[in-house]
Ligand binder design. Structure first.
Ligand code: MN
Length: 206
């Protein structure tokens, strides 16, 4: 089970009377396999949010360029606060003035399995691998498939300036053709673009 305060940072940053984001709580997995979600977030800087279910919460990284299918691409991933599992199907508009203000779509979602091992190749718990700064995993999404690894490249005492890399592993799902144009990308849940979600929230009809 996750610690009781696993989501305290998440809650402290938000006013739930003003945002429609889920308040959520640390919870047990909904299915037999842990989930992952990649959201596109058109905030002050447009970025992807990469989230993996670990111990009842979504461990989260902001990935400015988004995941790549090309094993040569090393994508910077900056840790952000743990999010509730209910966040995995959140898309909509976070109001101006609120934390993370801007439009969110679910770009991809699915399940993953841990490929985490120690230096001798023995399986270790995924949370332990993250603590050690290197965790690999296999994604089964609607867009993303195959092995990926997250590796910590910079630590900091308060965690605020910690940096990781998200890299595709070289397997049959690797591809040099994985450029994602976020403004044209469509939600894997609703098929909508960022603009369509924003327009609907503003009450505009297409
Ligand atoms: Mn974000």
């Amino acid at each position: 089970m996750a610690a009781k305060d696993a989501l305290s940072d998440y809650r402290r940053k938000r006013d739930f009377s003003k945002t429609r984001e889920p308040k959520g709580h640390a919870a047990r997995s909904k299915g037999p396999a842990p989930t992952f979600v990649v959201q596109i977030h058109d905030a002050s800087t447009l970025h992807f949010d990469f989230r993996l279910e670990v111990d009842g919460v979504l461990k989260s990284w902001a990935v400015p360029k988004g995941p790549s299918g090309d094993p040569h691409d090393k994508r910077l991933a900056m840790p952000t606060e743990d999010h509730p599992l209910a966040y995995s199907d959140f898309e909509g508009v976070i109001s101006e003035g609120e934390y993370g203000a801007g439009t969110v779509i679910v770009w991809d979602t699915g399940t993953y399995r841990s490929l985490a091992t120690d230096h001798h190749g023995h399986e270790i718990p995924f949370a332990e691998a993250l603590d050690h700064g290197h965790a690999s995993f296999w994604l089964e999404g609607t867009k993303l498939h195959g092995g990926y690894a997250l590796t910590r490249i910079r630590t900091s005492a308060d965690g605020d300036r910690e940096a990781w890399l998200l890299v595709k592993q070289d397997d049959r799902h690797a591809s040099a053709h994985s450029a994602t144009e976020p403004t044209r990308a469509r939600s894997s849940l609703s098929g909508r673009t960022l603009k369509q979600v924003a327009d609907e929230a503003a009450g505009k009809t297409p």
